[in-house]
Design a protein around this ligand. Structure first.
Ligand SMILES: [Zn+2]
Length: 452
């Protein structure tokens, strides 16, 4: 039996009772948490013991929305709205292939790991012809970095000719999309408790996917027993688009397509009225909150406090790196708290609520709250250990407050199923310098192909 013991650290378990220990321990055996509590850990023969003095243990963070390929196009259209930014980027993204995808996904997943993320998702929706197997490329990258991974088979079938936003060259045929989605689930979806790979089906957005595709995807996902994801209510332009094209606002529109339910989570949901929030909460539909991306594109600030008060599942996301050049999940804890307060006052979102969104909230969005998202005996050994005794945090008495209010904390250790992925801010599973070199080359190749 392989046992790892984190000893003498503060612990924020994020369990239902909000249990915390000022000085405690976490024990992980064969990939699962076997003990958590106050004081020193019980003796365990042959265990690898980590003296975690000065550190805070939290559940590994869960990223609920990303587009990993966008690591190749960071810094493009720095001052555009979502629609302006998309319109300029679609033709660049049309040149992505499997090799470029692998480089981008390795970089994006490395950045997530280095910022405390143990479970990541990806929403890939651009599938150029002859590009190779893009999903296989990103799954290979996730294996390389060692994170739990929820790739989605995204899609677009509403091109400009039919009144959509993307150029016709980057959209696919509906039957081909459905076949490819079913194939992705058959090949890569693992429903096991300790699964490293789960696939969801994810047509891109109301302005790039037809209602027929959205409806067929919902039927397919429910037949296969997998989850559904899309972008929704991100900007006022989208509100306007949905009213003009469908005679309904975004939440009402997707409700009519069978897209509200406990197996659905939606990215952004910035522009919701009270009735929308009630619908999401009543149906258990999740929201992936991406505060930095929403701020970068000037989209607005999601009503997270109201969603939480209503009982809707809310997780945290970095979104694609082309609209959040940082790509660091721990930074979103800080950003989520500040954004909520900028909108609604200092009691809008506490440090603990922000951490809960980033852990259990994300686990709910991905349908994994029985398996991860909190430090409890029986759950998977996905734990982040943050060093809080340095210049950035040492004088803040409350460790959760230090983590969320303070600067990005050094990551002492990141465990996925008990396996170290990061130690002292360095990747243990892959060579960060090699990944950086591959990324630089890939970004240059894509820019050249796109004539930039
Ligand atoms: Zn997105």
């Amino acid at each position: 039996m392989a046992t790892i013991v984190l000893d003498n650290c503060a612990v924020a378990t994020m369990d239902a009772a909000g249990t915390e220990y000022a000085g405690g321990h976490v024990v992980i055996t064969d990939g699962r948490i076997t003990a958590v509590g106050a004081g020193a850990a019980p003796a365990a023969d042959g265990a690898h013991r980590v003296d975690a003095t000065g550190c805070l243990a939290t559940p590994g963070l869960v990223n609920t929305h990303h587009h990993l390929y966008q690591w190749l196009t960071r810094g493009y259209v720095p001052d555009g709205t979502l629609f302006e930014w998309l319109t300029e980027l679609y033709p660049v993204w049309a040149h992505v292939d499997a090799d470029l995808e692998h480089a981008a996904a390795s970089a994006g997943l490395a950045a997530l790991a280095l910022s405390g993320c143990t479970t990541a998702m990806d929403h890939h929706y651009v599938f150029p012809h002859e590009a190779g197997d893009l999903l296989a490329a990103e799954i290979d990258a996730a294996r390389r970095i060692g994170l739990r991974f929820h790739p989605t088979r995204g899609s677009m079938d509403l091109g400009q000719k039919q009144g959509g936003l993307p150029p016709d060259s980057v959209v696919e045929d509906r039957d081909a999309i459905l076949a490819a989605s079913e194939d992705a689930v058959a090949r890569y979806h693992d429903p096991a408790f300790d699964s490293m790979f789960r696939v969801a089906i994810a047509p891109c957005s109301p302005f790039s996917a037809t209602g027929d595709l959205m409806r067929d995807c919902a039927d397919l996902a429910r037949r296969l027993g997998v989850r559904l994801h899309t972008h929704l209510a991100e900007t006022q332009d989208e509100d306007q688009f949905c009213l003009e094209q469908f005679g309904a606002r975004p939440v009402d529109y997707v409700e009519s397509l069978g897209w509200l339910g406990p197996d659905v989570w939606l990215a952004h949901c910035v522009h919701l009225d009270d009735s929308d929030i009630g619908k999401l909460a009543r149906t258990g539909t999740g929201v992936a909150h991406c505060p930095s991306s929403n701020a970068r594109l000037g989209a607005g600030i999601a009503r997270v406090p109201e969603l939480l008060a209503a009982g809707a599942p809310v997780g945290l996301g970095v979104d694609g790196a082309a609209s959040n050049e940082s790509g660091r999940l721990a930074a979103e804890l800080h950003q989520a708290m500040l954004a909520a307060r900028a909108r609604s006052g200092p009691q809008a979102l506490s440090a603990r609520q922000a951490l809960h969104v980033a852990t259990m909230g994300g686990a709910r969005c991905l349908g994994r709250d029985a398996e991860l998202g909190s430090i409890e005996a029986g759950k998977l050994g996905d734990v982040a250990l943050w060093r809080l005794d340095g210049l950035g945090h040492a004088d803040i008495a409350d460790p959760v407050c230090a983590l969320v209010f303070g600067p990005p904390a050094p990551l002492e250790l990141l465990l996925v199923g008990g396996t170290p992925v990061v130690e002292r801010d360095e990747l243990r599973t892959a060579d960060e310098r090699a990944i950086t070199g591959e990324l630089r080359t890939a970004a240059r190749t894509l820019a050249e192909r796109a004539g930039r």
